[in-house]
Ligand binder design. Structure first.
Ligand code: NDP
Ligand code: HSE
Length: 459
């Protein structure tokens, strides 16, 4: 803890009848190093200043921003004292007087080195960095354990939504079976626009970019990398096991067409980019987890179907708690800063009490099952000739791979027809093999679209 000069105690409000003040601003100070002052960091800095008295009362110490690391010193930053700025993030993160290091730079380097150095120097660490945690989480947690340093990262998944602490603490006495979420606001905005306006992917992406939801380079969001990092963190916490971003099966939304969206609508479904973390096999050698990110059709009555715009939501299913739903703003400077501030207050309280927050546990050591073993359902649209003898070879292709058909719907279009087949649950590898065989059938002009179907039994 930093040296504390005597500070006059300010009394904000005193109960007229109580013997002691109800809201006493503490005289102690904890010094905060803010690494990054962009979309999230600037809002963390603002809230630390504007809410200083309230945060001091809640945490038990004044939270003083003692330095801010940035890349561009000359960049205008309204409300920020320029004397706090530095480009030497490492010197700031390891400065002896610093108690809490808040990393909101993002990316793998230099943040990886910065977090490790901060924890080794005895700092409590708060980060919003999903990419780093999903790639190097094991080592970062190991250093946090060895150096007894607090490590909190609520903002790393689903922005403002409290979901990591509920998994880590509130559900610590339960067994989580499944976590299924919309954890990327950009792609949810795009899919929502496609659903409401009938626009195609590129038009909806352009609109998302114009409105500032999507980055000029949208790859991380639309190809599912961002959601895959979040899925890895969620699965690790939910199933007490080690999961990295490379364990996560990933498909983005760039191949989703206006026709997919329209077909989903006709069947009472909606297309969402889902992060799905599931426990598979009850116990023994069959036990494992499957972690995947891909677009899927879900019933329009599913709790996640109503999540529109850039909002996020996470649906959790646990043995005793049953179904839980967490909903809110998954991004944005101020909402994300709320989660960062919550973590800062938590680590400040722990530091003052001489304790630490609960560590993550990977004791279950469950293997991550390959995508091919995952049980899924498919929605397959085929362009076929509208003539006798078409259905039989199509049905045989499904049967040959042990995939059971749940529903078939045909729409005639002159000499052609659109055949939509929805399957029962089957191994993903068997479904994929069926689709390959369909593509080669002479009666099939084209496999128009293939999409997984999820969440049928959830309502
Ligand atoms: P920004 O790009 O807006 O801000 C990054 C900040 O880091 C900038 O202030 C930049 O400096 C600074 N920076 C970059 N490199 C260095 C360096 N080498 N040394 C010191 N400072 C550096 O990012 P965001 O605020 O959007 O994101 C921050 C983190 O929060 C990321 O991990 C992100 O994934 C996470 N997050 C973001 C959300 C959002 O809605 N934006 C939502 C949830 C999580 P300068 O200002 O000079 O360029
Ligand atoms: N780019 C992310 C999203 C926000 O669109 O949800 C940061 O996690």
């Amino acid at each position: 803890m930093s040296e504390n000069k005597p500070v006059p105690v300010a009394v904000a409000k005193v109960s007229p009848s109580a013997e002691r003040p109800l809201r006493e601003v503490p005289g102690k100070t904890l010094k905060v190093a803010l690494l990054g002052c962009g979309t999230v960091g600037s809002q963390v800095a603002r809230l630390l200043t504007e809410e200083a008295d309230e945060l001091a009362i809640r945490s038990g110490a004044r939270l003083e921003v003692a330095g801010i690391a940035v890349r561009r010193l000359a960049h205008p930053r309204p409300g920020i004292d320029p004397s706090l700025l530095t480009t030497d993030a490492m010197a700031l993160a390891t400065r002896p007087d610093i108690d809490i290091v808040v990393e909101v730079i993002g990316g793998i380097q230099p943040t990886h080195s910065l977090l490790l150095a901060a924890m080794r120097a005895g700092k409590s660490v708060v980060t919003a960095n999903k990419a780093l945690l999903a790639e190097h989480g094991e080592q970062i947690h190991d250093v946090s354990h060895r150096y007894e340093a607090d490590l909190y990262y609520e903002a790393a998944v689903a922005g403002a939504i409290p979901i990591l602490r509920p998994l880590r603490e509130s559900l610590a006495g339960d067994t989580v079976h499944r976590v299924m979420g919309i954890v990327n606001g950009t792609t949810n905005f795009i899919l929502d626009r496609m659903d409401s306006s009938g626009a195609d992917f590129s038009e909806s992406l352009e609109e998302a970019q114009e409105l500032g939801y999507a980055e000029p380079d949208p790859t991380a969001d639309v190809e599912g990398f961002d959601a895959a990092s979040k899925a890895a963190i969620l699965a690790g916490l939910a199933f007490h096991t080690k999961v990295t971003a490379s364990d996560v099966y990933r498909e983005g939304i760039t191949e989703v067409t206006a026709a997919d969206i329209a077909s989903a609508k006709t069947l009472g479904r909606i297309v969402k980019l889902l992060a799905i973390c599931e426990r598979s096999g009850a116990s023994g050698p069959e036990a494992g987890v499957s972690v995947r990110v891909h677009p899927a059709m879900i019933p329009r009555t599913h709790p996640l179907a109503a999540v529109g715009g850039a909002y996020n939501a996470v649906f959790v299913e646990a043995k005793s708690a049953g179904q839980l739903m967490f909903y809110g703003a998954g991004a944005g400077g101020t909402p994300t800063a709320s989660a960062v501030l919550g973590d800062i207050v938590a680590v400040a309280r722990n530091r003052l009490a001489g304790t630490r927050g609960p560590e993550v546990s990977t004791h279950a050591g469950l293997p991550v099952r390959p995508m091919g073993d995952t049980l899924t359902r498919y929605h397959v649209s085929l362009d076929v000739a509208d003539k006798p003898g078409v259905l039989a070879p199509v049905a045989e292709a499904f049967a040959r791979h042990g995939v059971s058909i749940q529903a078939v719907r045909q729409t005639s279009r002159g000499e052609d027809a659109l055949l939509v087949i929805v399957t029962h649950e089957a191994r993903d590898a068997d479904l994929a093999a069926t689709v390959s065989e369909l593509e080669a059938l002479p009666v099939v002009r084209a496999v128009a679209s293939v999409m997984r179907v999820e969440g049928e039994g959830d309502q």
